[in-house]
Design a protein around this ligand. Sequence first.
Ligand code: SF4
Ligand code: SF4
Length: 183
Amino acid sequence: MSHTAMVALRPFTTVRSAANKPPPQKPETKTQKFDKKGQRQSDSSAATNSSNNLGFGKKKKEPLWQCIQNCGACCKLDKGPTFPSPEEIFDDPSDIQEYKSLIGPDGWCIHYEKVTRKCSIYADRPCFCRVEPDIFETLYGIDKKRFNKEACSCCIDTIKAVYGSKSAELNNFNQAIWNTSSK
Ligand code: SF4
Ligand code: SF4
């Protein structure tokens, strides 16, 4: 569940392994690409598909996705050429059009309030701004069982792209998802 007024993701290029290890372990940096159905185009992250079962009945801890305060990274809608274009993200032309219509001259969403780091139309934000299992499944073909892991990875990727890999925002996010992680 989101705890802040801004949630929007572009979950197709994700830094996978950072969400699979609790801090302060150094995350790996391998980048994965996804097609429109959320399937990996390359297969360099065996860990992502591996079972969480460590044997002897023990389960690995998993981060639990949550949106954090004072982030808003996903509201920077144009993150440059290394991120997929709206055409690569969405199948529906109306989603592409709506997404593009929100991009301001500086790449941030026109509804994003930089001072407060909040969405000014939160209650009425587009569906692609909502980080929810149903939305991930409908828009990106990501199975509900994969939602938590994918959402964590997407946020990490997005926060790194916008604020940097050593940013306070990334540290705060990692702390949040691991402090509430599954036992
Ligand atoms: S990048 Fe993630 S944590 Fe940051 S505002 Fe967006 S949904 Fe929330
Ligand atoms: S409408 Fe804009 S500011 Fe609001 S959540 Fe979506 S991208 Fe962020």
